[in-house]
Design a protein around this ligand. Sequence first.
Ligand code: ATP
Ligand SMILES: Nc1ccn([C@H]2C[C@H](O)[C@@H](COP(=O)(O)O)O2)c(=O)n1
Length: 228
Amino acid sequence: MIIAVDGPSGSGKSSTARGVATRLGLSYLDTGAMYRAVTWSVLEHGLDLTDVTAVAERARAVDLGISTDPGLAHFTADGSDVTEAIRDPRISENVSKVATNLDVRKELIRRQREIIDAAQPGGGIVVEGRDIATVVATDAELKVLLTADQEARMARRKAELAAGSVTAEQLRDQIVRRDADDATVSQFEVASDGAVTIDSTHLTLEEVVDVISRLAKEAEAAPRDQES
Ligand SMILES: Nc1ncnc2c1ncn2[C@@H]1O[C@H](COP(=O)(O)OP(=O)(O)OP(=O)(O)O)[C@@H](O)[C@H]1O
Ligand SMILES: Nc1ccn([C@H]2C[C@H](O)[C@@H](COP(=O)(O)O)O2)c(=O)n1
């Protein structure tokens, strides 16, 4: 089974997808971490982020290690542990420049599909990002568009960061500006065909995990219902 979770920044995709995968015993893929790890590598090599050819070459060359265990967030790039580094504001500020490079997307989508295929014999995978239902895994059994009001998303991100570590302007940049840039290459603001929209503004994380887990069980049972 493939469960696709897409949505804007701070809507709760990572925490929810990890929670659902843990609850249902599935693998978990954070595709945003892959764009972040490529951004880390591009900066590490001192490349100009606007040099689309050099950035795409780096995306094809970098050796990425992406954990699909929902209980273990661990990412490497060319052997370096980048688990913490990819959450740095320096990466959040620049990742959209890499994620809007269409050749980078082509390469990462190819790698994401390989990871998804490898997880199938293990029971399935929860995959979260911006274009999972619409591009990466259009055959997903369950497609969720996870949303939340902009104010709620900014408040969640602020609560997550160390007090005083980002200005109001940086916070807005991480949520509002990034969504605007990312939306130029992926459609995550309105639900695609067959996707269920869940507005998490007034739901706890646990409640969102409950809803998606129930929908997943229904989706899994659906073909058997039709056969009987
Ligand atoms: N339903 C919820 N209610 C309250 N807080 C939540 C809820 N869901 C997630 N959170 C919190 O909001 C913050 C952002 O969540 P998360 O990182 O999962 O979002 P995201 O959509 O993956 O963001 P991004 O795309 O920017 O990585 C986290 O601190 C998380 O614990
Ligand atoms: N499938 C995806 C996943 C992520 N992105 C972009 C959007 C973000 O700016 C960046 C990092 O994602 P996050 O870790 O914040 O979820 O990567 C994308 O374009 N497509």
